[in-house]
Design a protein around this ligand. Sequence first.
Ligand SMILES: Cc1ncc(COP(=O)(O)O)c(C=O)c1O
Length: 378
Amino acid sequence: MNLFNVYQLYDVTPVKANDIFVTDENNITFLDFYGGHGVISIGHGHPYYISKLKEQIDALGFYSNAVKNPLQNKLAEKLAKISGYPDYNLFLCNSGAEANENALKLASFYTDKKRVIAFRNSFHGRTSAAVSITDNPKIIAPINSCNPVTFLPLNDIDLVKNELDKGDVCAVIIEGIQGVGGLDEGTTVFFQGLEKLCKKYQVILILDEIQSGYGRSGKFFAHQYHQIQPDIISIAKGMGNGFPVGGILISPKLKASYGMLGTTFGGNHLASAASIAVLDIIEKEELIKHTQEMSTYFIERSKTISQIKNVKGRGLMLGLEFDFEISTLRKELIYNKHIFTGGANNKKLLRILPPLTVQKKHIDVFFESLKEILFDID
Ligand SMILES: Cc1ncc(COP(=O)(O)O)c(C=O)c1O
C-alpha cells in the first residue's frame, strides 16, 4: 500500500532529536528553527517530559472519558494558573482543528446562530467547520462550504460592526498572530474593538492561540498583549510538545451540559501527562521570559542583514520578509546549512518557530548561515 500522496516532502528522514537538534538517518544533525510546525515548545526529548510519559505509560496509557481522570483536573489547575484564566473551564481534544471545531460548535449552541466572521489569510485547520473558516478555497471541499462565513480584512472594525448588525453571527474567530498566513496580526485597538462589539451583540469571540499560544509570542497567549479576554481560547501545538493534544478554554458564561461535546481520545492519560510536563517545564525553566530575551536578540541580529526588508511577529513566532520568494533560500538552509525553517502563504516570508529553549549561540549559527547563503544568491 502506498501513502496517500498529499505532502510535498523534503528529502530528510529524522530518526532522533535532542533539544533544538534533529538528526537524520545519515547521521546529519539539523538545527530546528521550525519546531515541526511550531509544535516543539520545551525542546525535543526533554528528559523530564520523557520520564513523565514513561511513568504514565507504565501506570495507565489510556482510559476513556467515561471515568474520572484526575490528570485532567491537574492540567486544568496548572493551565488556569499559568494562563491567568482561573475561572474558565477546559475541554480537551486531540488537535488544533478539533479545538476550533468544538469552539465554533459551542458558539453556535450558545447563540443559536451559525454565521462566522473570520479574517483574510486565516488558517484554522482542516476539519469541516474549521476549514470552512480558513481563507484558502483550495482546501475547502464542497461538503465543507455549507457553513456560512464572511472573511473580512484585519483591522477594519467598521466592517465587523456592519456584519454583526445583521444579527445572524454566532462567532468572530481570530488568530492571536496569523501563522500560516504570514505573521500579520490585529492591532490592540482592533482586538479591543472586537471584544467590545462581541459583548454588545452577544457574539462569541474565539481566539485561536493554537500556534501563538503556550509562550511562543513572549506572553502565555498572544492576545494578552492587547488586554482582552476572549470567550473561548483554542490551544494545541506547543501544548503537548509533539504529543497530539488540543483543547479550549471556555468562559464561565458558556454553560456545559452532558453530551454537548465529547471525544474518545481527548485528554487521555498520556496526553494529560505530556501536557502537565510541558507546563511544569515552561514554569521551571522560565521559558516565557527566555522567549522574550531570545526574540529581542533575534530581531537585533536580523537588522544587520540588508536583504531582510521586514521582521514580523512576536516572541519566537517570527517572519523574515525578503523582496524575493524564499523557496530556494529555504532549500539552501536545509540541504547546505542543515537548518529547518518554515514558509507561509506569503511566498516572500521565511517563518521562524524554534523550540522556546533556543539560545543565542544557535541564533548566531542561523544568521551566519543565512548571510553566507544570501551572499551566494547575490
Ligand atoms: C492557527 C492555527 N489554527 C489551527 C491549526 C490546525 O491545527 P491542527 O493541524 O493540529 O489541526 C493550525 C495548524 O497549523 C494553526 O496554525
